[in-house]
Structures are given as C-alpha cells and as structure tokens.
Write a protein that binds this ligand. Structure first.
Ligand SMILES: Cc1cc2nc3c(=O)[nH]c(=O)nc-3n(C[C@H](O)[C@H](O)[C@H](O)COP(=O)(O)O)c2cc1C
Length: 421
C-alpha cells in the first residue's frame, strides 16, 4: 500500500489461493490480470515438413544480449496433449515469431482453432509465407516484425493439462518492415500492434491509446521528499505526484515565492470567463490570470483557491510544463497561500511611487520592447513605455530605484533621469 492510501479509500481485496481454484479459474484470473500481453504468432515446421501457425500471448522478450524471447505453449486443458507448435519446435529446434497488428487479428484468431496436425494454418487464415533466411519455418509476410529463432532452452511445468512449457528462443534474424521503421526506430503509431486481454478481449495499441511517458532523465527527489501539503493533496493523483517528484532537486522556495509575487504584481489583463471553463479548455494562461486576480483580493476560502491551484497544476503537468506545475503545486497549500496573499495585501497598502524614467539610447520600437520586457519581470506596474522614456509605478518597500536601473541596464540601456511626472 503506498503512502496515498492515507488519503484515499482503501480498496477491498478478495484473496484466492491457487490450490483452492479450478484450472479454468486460475486461467481466467491470470489472463485477466496479466494484461495486455503481446501476441507471438509462431510459425513452425514438423520433422515431416508440415507447416504450422498459431498465436501465443504468454510471450515476452527476456534478454537483449544474447537476444532471447520466451513463450509458453501449454498442454491442452482438455486432454493434456501437447500443441503442434511445441512438438514441432522440440523436433526441429526452429520457429519464427511474428508481431500481430490490428489489421490481421481476425486471421490470427482463426489460426488458433484446433486444426488437426498437418493442416497448414497459413492457408486456413489466408496469410502469406515469407521465406526465412537461416531457418526452415516461414515468417508471416503480413506482419511488420518477424524474428527467426532457434530453440535455446525448454522447460515444462509439470506436464498436466493446462501446464505451460517455457520455450526460450535465441533470435537469429530480425526483419522489420520499412513502413514502420522511422529514423532507426520502430514507430508504435505505424506498427498498430494488438495485445491480448482476459476473456475474448484484445486491445489496440494505436492512436490515443498510446501514451508517451518520458524516461526519468535523472534521479528524481521522490514522492517522500514532496512538501506535506503537496504529498497529501486530495486533488493530485499518484501519477501527478510522481511527475512533480521527478525533478532533480526541490525547487527553491524563495524563487517560487518571488515568481508568485511577480505574477501578483503584474497587472495582466484578466480575461473574462470562468476558471473551470478555462481549465476544461486546457487554457492554462487564462486560468492562471483568473486565479491571480482572485489571489490579489481573495474573496473565496483559501482552501478553495488552493484546490484550484492544484487543478491548474494538473493542467500544466499534462502539458509537460513541470516548472509552472511546481509553481501551482507549491502555492496550493493554505499556509503558503495565506503568506503570499497577506504579503501582497500589505504591499498594496504601501505607498506607490510613480516615476518617469528617461532612458538613453532607446530610440526604436525594438528597444522599447526590450525595456518593457526587462521592466515587466519586476514587481512594478509598467504604465507606459515609449521611445526614450518609461512611466512606471512601484512600491518602494518592495523594489528600489537601483533594481529598476539594473533591469534597464541588463536590457542594454541606461536611465539618465528619473522624476515624478
Ligand atoms: C490471441 C491468442 C493467444 C493465445 N495464447 C496462448 C498461449 O499463450 N499459450 C497456449 O498454450 N495457447 C494459447 N492460445 C491458444 C493456441 O493458439 C491454440 O491452442 C492453438 O490451437 C495451438 O495451435 P497448435 O496446436 O497448432 O500449436 C492463444 C490463442 C489466441 C487466439
């Protein structure tokens, strides 16, 4: 049970012991719970030269060095007899594994019917043989990914009805259709593979079913290192927390505080509209502008504001903007909110100084833009910036003239005079 179980309803589990279950019950529970499984469409040839084709979803890759794959043809549940695939492999030591795409799944299902030995399922299912390079059994030409394998090892698990046979194969050749091989990688969108679930269910790995989760680029701080009010949030899910916890170090609280003060100091125009609507549309810019306006003069419960900040955090997480997500997660605690909003209110009570800055060398639209940008990063109200001058107002207890000068200098210009208008 993970830490979040403290904050969510615990699941009620039913527990089964395999010894108390029938073969069919065990089969169902394993097929349902171990899913989705890749499907190996296995091509074999008997010692007498009969070609066979059948699908197996107890299948996976086990090693890249050497390249080893494994699948498990079970002894038939009905009478404990071995499947033709197993017999052929034990006879010849060779097989092909062909990936199954959604465009061929019905044909693949047909090959799984219990045809008598000697019946060629390629023919029954209308699939095309592709001659292999170094082994006898053919591949399936309709499949975009074919492996030629030789038997590496075999282990049976008891020999009774339904008991599996671990067949390990070493891959001797990989064949990849050029149509799915993009920039030296198998493209999951082009592959359109299909997996096996429990019962009669399959799942298609394509379109919106494909989810890209970036590999951690570094060792993340971990969920245990998140501040309490983030870790115990009732809005953020385990996945959300994991994304926040993937950062290399905890963002600096002073830096986050400063960023929020800047957001609050900036008189960004508040676009009309409801926060919920903006969130639904994934318009994080608008949603944040609405929240900032509420933070400036909080009329709602702080807890409600904190929840909205966490909801906005989720939008940023989904968009992959971890920095903005952290800003929202960090402020999404009542205590932090109180601190920031109270400080802001105090400031608003402070005396605002309005001043005209005469700026040397600022003689074109481009310069005006540069100076405006530099000023907008500060907690000042930028009222007007035009060629040669800027009009700003600011709270002297928050920011001094020196910082204003420095920002303008960083943009490449110099304040030569400042005066009350
Ligand atoms: C998608 C799919 C996956 C399957 N996976 C397995 C499996 O992992 N193990 C198994 O023994 N049978 C599995 N079967 C059933 C075999 O394909 C079926 O028993 C087939 O008749 C065996 O053929 P053979 O006797 O020619 O080898 C699967 C069937 C389907 C449709």
């Amino acid at each position: 049970m993970n830490e979040k179980s403290d904050h969510h309803d615990e699941q009620l589990f039913l527990t089964f012991s395999p010894d108390d279950m029938t073969l069919s019950e065990r089969n169902h529970i394993m097929l349902g719970g171990i899913a989705p499984r890749p499907i190996a469409l296995v091509g074999t040839i008997s010692g007498a030269g009969h070609i066979n084709l059948a699908p197996f979803s107890f299948y996976n890759a086990l090693s890249a060095n050497p390249p080893i794959v494994a699948f498990s043809p079970a002894f038939r549940g009905s009478d404990g007899s071995p499947k033709h695939t197993l017999l052929n492999i034990l006879e010849t030591g060779e097989f092909t594994i062909n990936a199954v795409t959604s465009s061929m799944v019905e044909q693949v299902s047909l090959t799984s019917a219990d045809y008598p030995a000697g019946v060629d399922e390629f023919v029954k299912a209308g699939l095309t043989k592709r001659t292999s390079e170094v082994i006898q059994p053919p591949g399936v030409a309709e499949s975009p990914f074919i492996m030629e394998c030789k038997l590496y090892d075999h282990q049976d698990f008891g020999g009774g009805p339904g008991s599996g046979n671990l067949v390990l194969g070493e891959v001797l050749r990989f064949h990849v259709s050029q149509s799915v091989y993009i920039d030296g990688r198998l493209d999951p969108f082009k592959l359109d593979l299909i997996g096996r679930m429990g019962g009669a269910w399959y799942c298609r790995a394509s379109g919106p079913a494909l989810v890209e989760i970036a590999k951690p680029r570094h060792v993340g701080i971990g969920i245990d290192a998140l501040p309490d009010w983030i870790r115990t949030s009732s809005v953020l899910t385990g996945n959300d927390l994991a994304r926040l916890a993937g950062v290399e170090r905890l963002p600096d609280a002073d830096d986050l505080r400063r960023r929020w003060r800047e957001h609050l100091a900036n008189d960004a125009p508040v676009s009309p509209g409801a926060f919920d609507e903006a969130l639904e549309q994934g318009d994080s810019w608008k949603a944040r502008a609405i929240l900032v306006s509420q933070l400036k003069a909080p009329s709602r419960e702080l807890q409600a504001l904190a929840n909205d900040l966490q909801r906005l955090c989720r939008v940023y997480l989904r968009a992959g903007d971890i920095e903005a997500a952290w800003e929202c997660a960090w402020l999404g605690g009542e205590e932090k909110l109180r601190e920031i909003t109270e400080k802001h209110t105090e400031r608003r009570r402070g005396k605002m100084t309005e001043t005209h800055l005469t700026i040397e060398g600022m003689s074109c639209d481009h310069c005006v833009m540069a100076v405006r940008k530099a000023l907008e990063r500060l907690p000042v109200n930028v009222k007007d910036v035009r060629v040669g001058s800027a009009l700003v107002s600011f709270d002297e207890s928050v920011i001094g003239m020196e910082q204003l000068k420095q920002a303008v200098e960083e943009a490449g210009y110099t304040i030569v005079e400042s005066s009350a208008p």
